[in-house]
Structure formats: C-alpha cells, structure tokens
Design a protein around this ligand. Structure first.
Ligand SMILES: *Cc1c(COP(=O)(O)O)cnc(C)c1O
Length: 620
C-alpha cells in the first residue's frame, strides 16, 4: 500500500496529508483530528460519523455541471434532470442537506417503497422531479396520485403489466372524485437484453427481477391508448446495476434503450419525452493502483450518454430525449468519514518488559534470549529460522510437562520479538517467507466500532473501504495490521492482507490517542448497517464551513442510548426498569445508602449508548 494510504487514488482531492495529519482539503483545511477532538470535548465517546455538507454539494455540482458541459458541447436539445435514490441514504441529516443544497438544480428524489415515497413527497421541492420504482401495490400508486394532485412532478415507473392495471384502476377511482384529476407521469422499466456488470449484474438482462419485455412494452402502450392515458407515458427507464466498473455495458444499454424510446415515440407515444438511465456510476474505493476498480470518468460518462442519445434520435428522426439519472453511490459515498478510536494493540504484551526470565532457564530459552540480543542484519534470516524451530520444540516440551507456563510465556515473547526485529532488519527483502511471517506477527488493533453496523458491505460483499490513521503520518507505520471491531463475532475483523498490507503505527494507547478513519461509507452502509450485538448507528455530526472559511459543527445526533435500543426491539421498558430497580431495592444485602449509589450509576449507564467509553487509559 502506498505511503499516503492511496489517498491520491480514492481521495478525489477531498482530503490531504499535512505533516502528521489528514486535513479536509477545503477552506481553512481543519484536520480530522481537530474536528474529532472538538466533538469529543463535548463529551461524546465511541465512533463518530462525520458528515461533510460541502462534499455532498461537490458531487451534485459535478454531476450537473458535467452534463451541462456535455450538452452544450454536443448542442443537445434535451434537458438533463436527476433524482437521488433514497435507498442509498435515507438518514434525515443527509436528505435534509441534499435537498437544501441542490435547489438551484431542481434535483429530486427517487423512492422504491412507501416509506421512501413519503420522504420524497415531504422533502422534494415542488418543481423538482420524483420518480418511483420497485414493486407497488394499490396504496402506493394512490400515494403517487395524491402527490401529483398536490403539485409534485412525479413519475411512476411500472415494473410489470399488472402495475399498469392497478394504475388504471386507481385512475378511474380518483376520476370519480376529481373531475380535474392530475395524473402522475408513467414510466416503463425495460427488461434489457444487455446485461449489467459487477456484483449487481442481476439488475439488467433478461433474467432480471425488473422490467417489461418488448412484447409487454407494446401491450402496455395499447392499454394506455385504450383508456386515453397514452399521453401520460413519458419515460423509459433502465438500471443496469450498481458500481459499474466499465463503461462498455452502459453504452450497449444506452443503444438498446435509445432505440426503444425512438420506436415507441414513432409508434405514437406522444408524451414520451425522457430516458432515465438509472444509477450505477462507480466510486473508486481502492487503496492501491493495482486494484483500481473503475475504468472511466464522469466526463466520459456524460459524453457517452449525450452522444449516443443524440445519434439515435437523429437516425430515427425523433426529438432528443430529456435525460434523467438516478446515481446514488456517486453522490453520497464520499460525504461521510467514520472516525473510530483504537482501544488496544493486542501483541503489546509481547514486550521485553513482560519477560519473566528466571535465574536458571531451560537451555532453549537461554538460546532464544541470546538470538534476540545478538541478531543483526547479516544473521537475521538464519536467527529467524532458529527461533521458529525453537518455538516448535518449546511448545512440545510444554505439552509434555517439561517446562512451565512462565517458560512458555518467555518463549512466545522472545520469538515474537525476534521475528519483529528480523523483519525490520530485512525490510528490503520481499520474499514470500517474510510476507508469510508478517502475517504471523501482524498487530491486531482493537477498534471501537462495529463492522456490521458501519461497513455492512465489507461483511456481506467483501467491499473494501479506504482506511487510514488520522495522525502520526510523518512517522513510518511499521506494524502489519489487522483490525478487530468490538462485536463478539469473529467476522468483525478486517484481516491483514498480504496483497495490500495495511501498516499502522506502533503506538501506546495508554499514552496517546490514535484514531482510524474509514472513508467512503456514505452510500448504502448506514441503513444496511445492522444492530449485531446491539451496537447502533454511531453518533453523527454534520460539519459545515462558515463565510470566513472556518468549520463548525452544525448538529450532533448521539447514538441511541441503552433504553432506546431495547425499546426498538419492543421490550417492555417499564417492566425492565421496574425489575432492575426492585432487584436492588429489595436486596437484603445492600444498605440504603449503597442502594442510592447503585441506582444512580445504573440510571446514568442506561442513558448512554452501547459503544465502549473507557478503557485502561481512561481516554478512549
Ligand atoms: C439502486 C438504484 C439506483 C442507485 O444506484 P447507484 O449504484 O447507487 O447509483 C438507481 N436506480 C435504481 C432503480 C436503483 O434500484
């Protein structure tokens, strides 16, 4: 892994390294450590999710500006419009920000469920578009009619003919009550023959869960024609999958959709005016050049979309369509950074000061000690082999009862120290053997967060997120690191990878605080995050910048407290409270003064969240 932890690969110039620190590359460039300490000084502990408002704005600007540029370069006559797909991040601190920040563009929201539709109806400014995808029942379609009637520019995209039947049914019912009925626009999701790409390839292709076949498209148009709603059919929609790593499949899908658009228009779909190209714009998560996972830029993406739509429209003699996008990951991923304190380094017990050497030690241990004190560059490899050999012998001696627990402890410490020392002596040597050994002596960093809650896609899909310390960056990071979260689940680990080894600093957490930052967690992770072990959404803080360029904390939302967590699971909180209280109050073993102390402490703890507050150093 590069020295800058790949910041130049995944960082999009949003952050930079300044001396020891990662700083926000904006206005007064505060360091992440300064912001973290500022929040912690207000009494918050545990992991903190920083939400940067300017980074949401940056992505929205980028999307709209690139399409504006491409449209004017190609002299494209269709409009560019976009909606944010709520499934990517429904958290109020995000949704409120994005709708507020993007008013100038008439940026809208996309909903895929009734609850999301309610958010969209309440939060989308009138005039900005709402699109509705996914499977719908009569209630959901009725909600779309209510939105249309109340002034929203809403498009319901049907996934199958039965949904169209329901739309017609709801249309008739509303028509009876409202003579001047405003009907939502109707979109049709097409079942592509071109398939999607990447982990979400299923979103496209004939076997996709979604969309209408060409036969169904023709049938749907006939149905709309018969009931006089054909002019409401306004949009063709497709979505070929998330995190599209290559541009090729998109181009194929654009040609397919473009030709469907033109043919339907030429067959009499008079209201058809737009193509919704779904989402899928990828984010670069890789920390190494070798494993970069995106082969195109937003510039190329916008050019291809505009160019292909123009070409097809020209060939088939139809008006150039308005273009809608629903990119979510691209817009939301980079706006959050999770900062989590390191609680402990596990092999710090393998320290010279922990040795319990006796006045007379078993000969092999004496020999190990000799190896440790005399090792140098020339003999490092040989001593290393000897040490590993001795380890085997000594562990066997322990099993057979010839040496005791103290001897065994000395053995483990000495061998660990010898491996570490020889690796540092042989830094230039990248042999397989050394890499394997690194694996053996990797340092385990216990970090105050839950992978299941904060990076569920790492657990579920093996999706990697950039990780780096936010301080000490001018010092060399020497420890091959693996990361453990605080859940009691062995999957809560980001294992050391010999392919792109994460190196962290050798710090003493009793003396100094050390925080890790996990980047690009703003898309999907928050709502997919699960409460495994009852660790909940971490404390979050919205960070903004004022006119003078200084940052300020706009709002802090603390992680749920213990009572609320249990309440969410539908425990009877009153009963739990009564029971906890009565166990203490009824106890014959405690006097009344002690009872008061115990109850005071109990209620204090119940009001706090479930992340760890203190450990050893009383700091993290
Ligand atoms: C999930 C989804 C999106 C968003 O995809 P991203 O990869 O996050 O851009 C857009 N449209 C539809 C229909 C979706 O299901």
């Amino acid at each position: 892994m590069p020295k800058d932890y790949g910041l130049s690969i995944w960082g999009m110039d949003n952050f930079k390294i300044d001396g020891d620190f990662v700083v926000v590359n904006y206005k007064s460039t505060p360091s992440l450590l300064t912001i973290t300490k500022d929040i912690r000084d207000r009494g918050y502990r545990g992991p903190i999710l920083l939400r940067f408002s300017h980074l949401i704005k940056k992505q929205v600007d980028l999307l709209f500006n690139e399409f504006k540029r491409a449209s004017s370069e190609f002299n494209y006559s269709g409009k560019f419009r976009a909606v944010f797909p709520l499934k990517v991040n429904q958290y109020p601190n995000f949704v409120n920000e994005i709708t507020e920040l993007s008013k100038e563009y008439n940026y809208g929201l996309e909903a895929g469920s009734k609850a999301e539709l309610i958010i969209a109806m309440a939060k989308t400014p009138l005039g900005a578009p709402i699109t509705v995808n996914g499977f719908k029942d009569k209630e959901m379609i009725s909600l779309c009619f209510i939105a249309a009637k109340s002034g929203h520019d809403i498009t319901v995209t049907i996934e199958g003919l039965n949904e169209l039947e329901t739309i017609i049914e709801v249309f008739r019912e509303f028509k009876e009550k409202f003579s001047d009925l405003v009907t939502p626009n109707i979109g049709m999701r097409i079942r592509m023959h071109s398939s999607g790409v990447g982990a979400w390839a299923k979103s496209g292709g004939y076997s996709s869960k979604f969309g209408l076949t060409s036969t169904e498209l023709l049938e749907a148009c006939d149905m709309l024609d018969r009931v006089g709603l054909i002019d409401r059919f306004s949009m063709i929609h497709f979505h070929i999958g998330s995190q599209m790593e290559e541009i090729g499949p998109l181009k194929k899908a654009l040609r397919e959709a473009g030709n469907i658009y033109a043919d339907l228009k030429n067959r009499g779909a008079s209201g058809l005016s737009s193509i919704n190209i779904g989402g899928g714009l990828a984010v670069e998560y890789s920390q190494t050049k070798r494993s970069e996972n995106r082969n195109y830029s937003i510039v190329e993406f916008a050019n291809d979309v505009i160019y292909l739509m123009q070409e097809i429209s020209k060939n088939k003699g139809v008006k150039e369509p308005d273009i809608f996008t629903e990119s979510g990951r691209f817009i939301a991923a980079n706006h959050t950074v999770l900062i989590a304190p390191v609680l402990e380094l596990f092999s710090q017990e393998y320290h010279e000061k922990s040795l319990r050497l006796k006045s007379k030690n078993p000969p092999l241990i004496e020999e190990l000690y000799e190896l440790y004190t005399t090792i140098d560059k020339k003999c490092a490899r040989e001593y290393l082999h000897d040490a590993i050999d001795h380890l085997d012998s000594l562990l066997t001696l322990f099993d057979l009862g010839y040496i005791d627990l103290e001897d065994r402890s000395n053995t483990e410490i000495l061998v660990n120290l010898i491996i570490k020392k020889s690796i540092s002596l042989l830094v230039k040597d990248n042999s397989d053997e050394l890499v394997r050994l690194q694996n053996k002596i990797q340092e385990k960093y216990l970090v105050n967060f839950s992978i299941f809650q904060s990076m569920p896609d790492f657990w579920g899909l093996g999706q990697e997120f950039p990780i780096m310390p936010i301080s000490n960056l001018s010092k060399e990071a020497t420890q091959a690191a693996s990361i453990w979260d605080i859940t009691c689940d062995s999957d809560g680990e980001i294992a050391y990878s010999a392919k792109s080894p994460l190196k962290l600093h050798d710090i003493d957490v009793q003396k100094e605080e050390y925080f890790l930052a996990f980047f690009l967690t703003g898309a999907y992770q928050e709502v997919l995050g699960m409460k495994h072990n009852l660790f909940t959404h971490p404390t979050e803080a919205v960070i903004k910048f004022n006119k003078d360029g200084d940052y300020y904390i706009d709002s802090i939302l603390e992680a749920q407290n213990l009572v609320d967590i249990l309440d969410d699971l539908d425990y009877d909180i009153g009963e739990i409270d009564k029971r906890l209280k009565s166990i203490i109050e009824d106890s014959k073993l405690i006097n009344s003064e002690q009872k008061e102390i115990l109850l005071g402490k109990l209620y204090l703890y119940l009001s706090e969240n479930s992340y760890l507050k203190t450990i050893q150093a009383n700091k993290v």
